[in-house]
Design a binder for this molecule. Structure first.
Ligand SMILES: Cc1cc2nc3c(=O)[nH]c(=O)nc-3n(C[C@H](O)[C@H](O)[C@H](O)COP(=O)(O)OP(=O)(O)OC[C@H]3O[C@@H](n4cnc5c(N)ncnc54)[C@H](O)[C@@H]3O)c2cc1C
Ligand SMILES: NC(=O)c1ccc[n+]([C@@H]2O[C@H](COP(=O)([O-])OP(=O)(O)OC[C@H]3O[C@@H](n4cnc5c(N)ncnc54)[C@H](OP(=O)(O)O)[C@@H]3O)[C@@H](O)[C@H]2O)c1
Length: 388
């Protein structure tokens, strides 16, 4: 284990990123899957980037050049107009500033205010900045980019630098690292769902996930990255015998692939149980062969899967946890640590509820006792979550 990575220190950061290249990129969802999920291998050769399982990688993307061109056209700019780069302050052509440093897929209130002023209030945006219109504004902006507001309000004309001052900065995106550096000393792997959707008559994409999926050339494109050290989201520290339960549907699988590679490389003794969920076994059983190997060589004691759309009713990881409640409770009694990774808004909430139900059912606890048990479970750092 690297002492620098273990101490959460790194030579690289947002101001001094490691400039990496992707050496491999492939789809891990099969044709017919409702969304595209990809595995990336980033080359660390020639650098000193160190990480531990549980860390995430910060990736600095750039915008889609086609969207930049459409935005320039809507602004009536050639692209050569000189503006200040929002990050470095250096004077650059606006085309470069929009591509590298401006979040043109999200709308800042400053842009809305400027459009209301420039149109004399003759815009659907008029009034939406009032505090009581917060939800109305959110729903109006959902699925719209800066380009949409420009096209919908053609009388609002901007000077290049004036426009730049109405824009948010394009910052890094975090991705849970899905490899162990013991297994891949000169690589870092990511597992990323490509965000694509259609709204207001336009096909759209998430900035970073489509940058990785569609706009890099393997072995060529330079990508600024650095490690975000995962405070607390770590394999058991001292006691190798500690059982671990990993719950990671969708891209929540990423850190658990790293944990399992690490457990395999260190021949970890304690037993491990993985709950994985996706839409369909046929199209979305990510890393299936690796799971089979880990089950065969004892790195993984149990794998429980939940395929949400392979039958009429939804089956999610928490349903599988409830089906296995007696055994989960037994593992908890043996000192298991529970790890959860993936969607924060729905999955992590439902998994938390399932744990309470298991305590009430198998531990004969009242609802209040289950709440108290979970509080001390968290206090003992046996409930580790990395949810987004
Ligand atoms: C600690 C951490 C770890 C993470 N690990 C992973 C990981 O391992 N793998 C992974 O894939 N992701 C991971 N994420 C999420 C990741 O950081 C990005 O948020 C994700 O990839 C989307 O980024 P993007 O730039 O592609 O999309 P963005 O440009 O940020 O676009 C996303 C936005 O698009 C809009 N949008 C999306 N769908 C629709 C729709 N149907 N209609 C209208 N608008 C829509 C929404 O406003 C949404 O917020 C992690 C996040 C954190 C914080
Ligand atoms: N809050 C959000 O807006 C939100 C939520 C999830 C993911 N995302 C983003 O969407 C992208 C793709 O996510 P992902 O690939 O990780 O997959 P995901 O959308 O989280 O889906 C993975 C699996 O979880 C299931 N699921 C849906 N609701 C669930 C719940 N309440 N409890 C347990 N499982 C549930 C899904 O089933 P079904 O799809 O069949 O219902 C699917 O089988 C990522 O960029 C992620 O950040 C955003």
């Amino acid at each position: 284990m690297s002492t620098a990575a273990a101490a959460g220190k790194s030579v690289y950061n947002v101001k001094n990123p490691f400039i990496a290249k992707v050496k491999k990129s492939h789809d891990i969802s099969a044709p017919g899957a409702p969304k595209n999920t990809r595995h990336y291998e980033i080359d660390l050769e020639g650098g000193e980037l160190e990480y531990l399982p549980g860390d995430s990688l910060a990736v600095q993307p750039t915008n889609d050049p086609a969207l930049v061109e459409d935005t320039l056209k809507a602004l009536g700019f050639s692209g050569a107009e000189i503006v200040k780069h929002p990050k470095s302050g250096v004077e650059v052509p606006i085309r470069q500033a929009l591509k590298e440093a401006t979040l043109i897929t999200e709308i800042d209130n400053k842009l809305i205010k400027a459009i209301i002023e420039k149109t004399g209030g003759n815009t659907p945006l008029n009034g939406l900045l009032e505090p009581e219109k917060k939800e109305e504004l959110k729903s109006y902006l959902w699925g719209r980019f800066v380009l949409d507001l420009l096209l919908e309000n053609p009388t609002a004309k901007f000077e290049p630098q004036e426009f730049m001052l109405t824009q948010k900065k394009l910052n890094i995106r975090l991705y849970s690292i899905s490899s162990s550096q013991r297994a891949h000393p000169k690589e870092v792997h990511l597992t990323v769902a490509t965000v694509k959707y259609s709204s207001h008559g336009r096909e759209r994409g998430g900035v970073a996930s489509t940058f990785l999926a569609d706009r890099i050339t393997v072995g060529e494109t330079l990508i600024p990255v650095f490690v975000n050290h995962g405070k607390g989201f770590r394999l058991p520290e001292a006691q190798e015998e500690t059982p671990v339960i990993f719950i990671g549907p969708g891209t929540g699988i990423a850190p658990f692939r790293a944990f399992l590679e690490e457990r395999e490389a260190t021949a970890a003794k304690g037993k491990a149980w993985m709950f994985f969920g996706e839409v369909s076994e046929k199209t979305c059983f990510f890393y299936k062969e690796e799971f089979e190997r880990w089950l065969a060589n004892g790195t993984l004691a149990k794998l429980t899967t939940a395929w949400s759309r392979d039958q009429a009713e939804k089956i999610y990881v928490q349903h599988k946890m409830l089906e296995n409640s007696a055994e989960i409770y037994a593992w908890l009694q043996q000192g298991a640590i529970v790890y959860v990774c993936g969607d924060a808004a729905r999955m992590a909430v439902d998994v938390d509820k399932a744990l309470h139900t298991i305590l009430e059912k198998e531990g004969s606890m009242t609802a209040e006792e289950a709440v108290a048990w979970m509080a001390s479970f968290k206090e003992a750092k046996r409930y580790r979550r990395d949810v987004y």
